[in-house]
Design a protein around this ligand. Structure first.
Ligand SMILES: [Zn+2]
Ligand SMILES: [Zn+2]
Length: 342
């Protein structure tokens, strides 16, 4: 089969002919119908994050059709529409059994530590494969498996309850999903903090109160707009010490700040005023969970999470088409959502 692979970091991906993998008893072979091209893939190609072993097929946002199911797989048959959770896990360790499979010591992310979706077929353990409702086109089924799934996990880690207020710091791909998901889960006011007017406009269309941090001080304005209470849930999706601090400082009594954006820098916290006195919490969010995917597919199928205008175009399974898209992602950031349709 054809596969577009990372052969050497810092060099363009290459089209290779590789054998079609054959499923073990608990595996599913999926014929890829759409694979999202993610900003992380540009980092992998550039050698900013480790990809191993090389050469490796990239692509961790995958939807398609079951081609073959292993002898022990009871819940899938050839022809079933499916989407793929991006972690292949052992299913047997304490983390897997406790539904925290993102910490599975044997876990392998597709497109990073095992072959991913820029190929005609992908092999996955059946427990990482989920039904994709007919109402969700393959391109949306692919892209929801990365940023939307992580936004949903962040809201779940922050224990968002009906009627609670939310502040979302950073309204790129993750943030747009987070706003819609917060609304779908019953949030009251949702504040969107960013410095990009175009993104804030879109955030407003999804029902958020836009706050441009270039023009105002977001913590003070959030306090004002909540009658001095602050918000119950703050999501930090950028990975900047400044916005992490703002997320914490915008919390109400009993508020929860969920940190999703990644940085290796530190940020200051005033333990008494900002955490202890309020019984506020700072919560780390890493990836997402397989068991959250059925809820995600329900929300996308019912259009409560509308991804219809997120996928901007599709490209064929060729190395130049994928490399060009990665070049654009490097130049223009996260705006471009392109899927490979083999
Ligand atoms: Zn991704
Ligand atoms: Zn495990």
């Amino acid at each position: 089969m054809k596969a577009v692979r990372l052969v050497e970091p810092g060099r363009p991906l290459e089209l290779r002919d590789v054998p079609i993998p054959s499923p073990g008893p608990h595996d599913v072979l999926v014929r890829v119908r759409a694979a999202g091209i993610c900003h992380s893939d540009a980092h992998y190609r550039a050698g900013k994050s480790r990809v191993h072993p090389l050469p490796l097929t990239l692509g961790h946002e995958v939807a398609g059709l079951v081609e073959l199911a292993g002898a022990e797989v009871k819940n899938f048959r050839p022809g079933d529409r499916v989407c793929v959770h991006y972690l292949a896990t052992c299913g047997d360790c304490a983390f897997c059994r406790g539904n925290n499979e993102q910490f599975c010591p044997h876990g392998e992310m597709i497109g990073k530590y095992r072959d991913g979706g820029y190929a005609e077929f992908i092999l996955m353990p059946a427990r990482s494969v989920f039904s994709l409702p007919d109402a969700i086109p393959f391109p949306q089924g692919a892209i929801m498996m990365c940023s939307s799934a992580t936004s949903l996990h962040a809201l779940s880690k922050a224990r968002l309850c009906t009627g609670e207020t939310v502040a979302v710091f950073g309204v790129g791909g993750l943030g747009m999903s987070a706003i819609q998901l917060a609304k779908a889960l019953g949030a009251g006011a949702v504040f969107a903090v960013d410095i990009n007017p175009r993104k804030l406009e879109l955030a407003e269309r999804f029902g958020a109160v836009p706050l441009n941090a270039n023009d105002i001080e977001p913590v003070a304005v959030i306090q004002d707009l909540t009658q001095g209470r602050g918000v119950d849930v703050a999501l930090e999706l950028i990975g900047l010490p400044l916005t992490m601090q703002q997320a914490v400082r915008s919390l109400a009594i009993k508020g929860r700040a969920a940190l999703v954006g990644i940085t290796d820098k530190t940020f200051p916290v005033a333990p008494y005023q900002e955490i202890i006195n309020k019984e506020a919490e700072i919560i780390g969010v890493s990836d997402h969970l397989a068991r959250e995917i059925p809820l995600l597919t329900d929300l996308v199928a019912s259009r409560k999470l509308d991804l219809s205008n997120v996928v901007t175009r599709s490209v064929p399974l060729t190395a130049p088409a994928i490399n060009d898209t990665l070049d654009q992602l490097e130049k223009f950031g996260n705006d471009v959502r392109v899927v490979v349709e083999p």
